[in-house]
Design a protein around this ligand. Structure first.
Ligand code: NAD
Length: 378
């Protein structure tokens, strides 16, 4: 089986879907591995490192795509490249299937098995292949680092002969994978005082175990889906949440919002008025910027300063700012997938479409859109 990783085409993408360490693991399985020239450049891996691990360097991208049985990619492919894939090939990447109906159709007509990493089930077994989580951890960490860099204050308490500096206050809204890393980084690693809130009350214990304070806001009945994602609040509940959060925002130096709703637009939970109530110099990082943003005024991929001197950071994909570790984790997620479904005797991938993991993440197979959530649309 030939596994090929082409270079990413999105100019903002810094990650590589395959890193040398994972090449070695795949070669050990008995696969032929090739990577496009310069694949790891932006994540600091030269071609030579891939060669040393057993990969071939492929200068002709389209020829390699046409020959590959498995394609590793971070982002979705450009539309004109789906047609270059081999019939029956397996394509692993983020696909944004909720917004990419035409692309799914193309995969189906090309008879490619397209796996969407976003749809990986949140089961214990699939955790090692869960790229949304691996990347969200890094984004949560990076959000704090970025905010710390922009804040005109330091995080920890400092007692010096010149006086005592009180610790900065950080408010984390949304305590999922990214939020937990943000709490740990801001509080445990950098010494800030951290408050956190989530509509899923189950996270309160996790917040406390990280030494942070859970902000209690009674918004009525909330919940989570079987996959662990938050349920959408009603407009009245969102309003209650805003009122409960306004005071906490006012006293915070940094607010980091991570509140997403899987497959839907992110809720706006911080209004212009709440931002106006914050002190000059305060920083907001909106990790939901790509999904529409949790903060009124967020501009995707930009940093803006409001009239009252609050900086709102809307950069998407913060994990791309630590491309080496992000590639390492992403590549491990894909390699774990291949190892999990590898038939050692036949030395090939064997996909049983009745498997629970595959039912969750395979979008197209055998010329059709097979995923139950997208099938009718397909
Ligand atoms: P996410 O990125 O969809 O959302 C981030 C957080 O925002 C979530 O905690 C969500 O509850 C919260 N949120 C949504 N609306 C909000 C609102 N109005 N106000 C405040 N917070 C709001 O979620 P995620 O980080 O991908 O993960 C959610 C959960 O799934 C976590 O508990 C995580 O531990 C769990 N998980 C389990 C597995 C597994 O079992 N394999 C894998 C990954 C994640």
């Amino acid at each position: 089986m030939h596994i090929f990783a082409p270079k990413e085409t999105d100019p903002r993408e810094t990650r590589a879907a395959l890193v040398p360490e994972m090449v070695a693991r795949l070669v050990k399985l008995g696969a032929k591995v090739s990577v496009e020239t310069g694949l790891g450049e932006r994540a600091s891996w030269p071609d030579a490192a891939y060669e040393e691990s057993g990969a071939l360097i492929a200068p002709d991208r389209r020829a390699a795509l046409a020959d590959a049985d498995i394609v590793f990619r971070v982002g979705k492919p450009p539309e004109d490249e789906v047609g270059a894939l081999k019939k029956g090939a397996i394509h692993l990447s983020f696909l944004d299937p909720f917004n990419e109906k035409a692309l799914m159709g193309q995969f189906a007509s090309q008879e490619v098995t397209a796996v969407s990493l976003e749809m990986m089930p949140r089961s214990t077994l699939a955790q090692k292949m869960d790229a949304l989580s691996s990347q969200a951890s890094l984004a949560g960490y990076q959000a704090v680092i970025l905010a710390a860099d922009r804040l005109p204050k330091i995080f920890p308490m400092m007692m010096t002969p010149a006086g005592t500096l009180s610790p900065s206050r950080v408010f984390i809204v949304g305590v999922g994978v990214a939020g937990l890393q943000a709490i740990a980084t801001a509080g445990k690693r950098l010494g800030a005082r951290v408050d956190a809130f989530d509509t899923r009350p189950v996270v309160e214990t996790e917040v406390k175990s990280l030494g942070a304070k859970f902000v209690k806001i009674d918004v009525g009945e909330t919940g989570q889906t079987a996959q662990g994602y938050a349920k959408e609040l009603t407009p009245e509940q969102i309003e209650k949440q805003r009122q409960g959060m306004a005071k906490v925002c006012e006293r915070s130096d940094i607010v980091i919002t991570t509140a997403k709703l899987f497959g839907r637009k992110a809720p706006v939970i911080i209004t212009k008025e709440m931002v106006a109530g914050m002190r000059p110099g305060s920083v907001i990082v909106d990790l939901a910027a790509e999904g529409g943003g949790n903060v009124e005024g967020t501009v995707l991929d930009e940093e803006i300063t409001t009239a009252n001197g609050v900086r709102i950071i809307g950069h998407g994909k913060l994990e791309c700012r630590v491309p080496q570790h992000a590639s390492q984790m992403y590549s491990a997620n894909l390699t774990n997938f291949v190892e999990h479904f590898w038939d050692a005797e036949a030395k090939r991938l064997k996909l049983d479409m009745e498997d629970e993991i595959l039912k969750g993440c395979v979008i197209t197979h055998g010329g059709k859109v097979v995923h139950e959530r997208f099938r009718n649309d397909g």
